[in-house]
Design a binder for this molecule. Structure first.
Ligand SMILES: Cc1cc2nc3c(=O)[nH]c(=O)nc-3n(C[C@H](O)[C@H](O)[C@H](O)COP(=O)(O)O)c2cc1C
Length: 205
C-alpha cells in the first residue's frame, strides 16, 4: 500500500511509525523541578546523536491529558542549562519502568510510585535509577521543536556502567545487559537472542 502521510489521521501515523521503527531503545528519564521535586518517565523516541562529544536525544511528543506539557519537558525547559539522567531499561525493571509512564500530577514523583530507587548522581541534580545497569548524566544542549514534538539533545557529562557488564577494552556484554526494546503498543522485546554478521569492512569510528 502506498500511503500519503498527510492524508492519514494522527493515530494511524502513530501506529505506522511505532509498529515499524522497532525495536526502540527506552530512555528512562529522570529530571527535577525548580522546587526540587523528582520526576521519572520512559521515552522510546530515543537514540545516540554522536560519540564525540557523547550526545543523546529523545523526543517528548504530545502533552498531558490536562493539556499541559509533560512533566519531563516542563523540568527540562525550566532552565537553559537543565540536567537529566537517562537510565537504561533491562528486563529486571521493565514492569516498574512501565509504571513510571502513569500520568501523575506535576510534582508527584514516579520513583516512589513505581518502586524504583533514587540514587544520587555524581555530576547532576536529578537522581539516577539505582536498579538501572547504565545511567547517563546529561546537560541539555538544545531543544528543537518539530510540530508538537520537542527533540531534546543532551551532552553526556558522566556515565555509570555496572562493573559486571564491562569486558576487555570497554566492550559491553549484551547478554548481561539484557536491555529491553519497545515494540508497538504495550509489547516489548528482549535483546538476548543475538547473532553476528561477519562483514565489518568499514571503520566503525
Ligand atoms: C515504553 C514507553 C515509551 C514511551 N515513549 C515515549 C516517547 O518517546 N515520547 C513521549 O512523548 N512519550 C512516550 N511515552 C509516554 C510517556 O512516558 C508518558 O506520557 C509519561 O506520562 C510522561 O511522563 P511525565 O509527564 O512525567 O514526563 C512512552 C511510554 C512508555 C511506556
Amino acid at each position: 500500500m502506498e500511503i500519503n502521510s498527510e492524508e492519514i489521521p494522527f493515530d494511524v501515523r502513530y501506529k505506522l511509525l511505532t509498529g515499524t521503527i522497532v525495536p526502540r531503545p527506552i530512555a528512562l528519564v529522570s529530571t527535577i523541578s525548580p522546587n526540587g521535586d523528582c520526576n521519572l518517565a520512559p521515552f522510546s523516541y530515543f537514540n545516540i546523536v554522536g560519540h564525540n562529544p557523547m550526545a543523546l536525544s529523545f523526543s517528548v511528543a504530545g502533552i498531558k491529558p490536562n493539556r499541559s506539557n509533560k512533566d519531563t519537558f516542563t523540568n527540562i525547559a525550566a532552565e537553559e542549562k537543565s540536567e537529566f539522567v537517562i537510565n537504561i531499561v533491562n528486563e529486571a525493571i521493565a514492569v516498574k519502568m512501565a509504571k513510571t509512564a502513569t500520568v501523575l500530577d506535576y510534582g508527584v514523583c514516579e520513583f516512589e510510585y513505581s518502586g524504583l530507587t533514587k540514587e544520587k548522581s555524581l555530576t547532576v541534580k536529578p537522581y539516577r535509577v539505582k536498579e538501572s545497569p547504565v545511567s547517563f548524566e546529561c546537560e541539555t544542549f538544545k531543544i528543537i521543536e518539530v510540530g508538537i514534538s520537542k527533540l531534546i539533545i543532551g551532552l553526556v557529562k558522566h556515565l555509570y556502567v555496572s562493573d559486571e557488564l564491562l569486558e576487555d577494552n570497554f566492550r559491553v556484554n549484551q547478554s548481561k545487559l539484557k536491555a529491553v526494546g519497545r515494540m508497538a503498543g504495550s509489547s516489548y522485546c528482549v535483546s538476548t537472542n543475538l547473532f553476528t554478521v561477519d562483514d565489518e569492512k568499514f571503520f566503525p569510528l
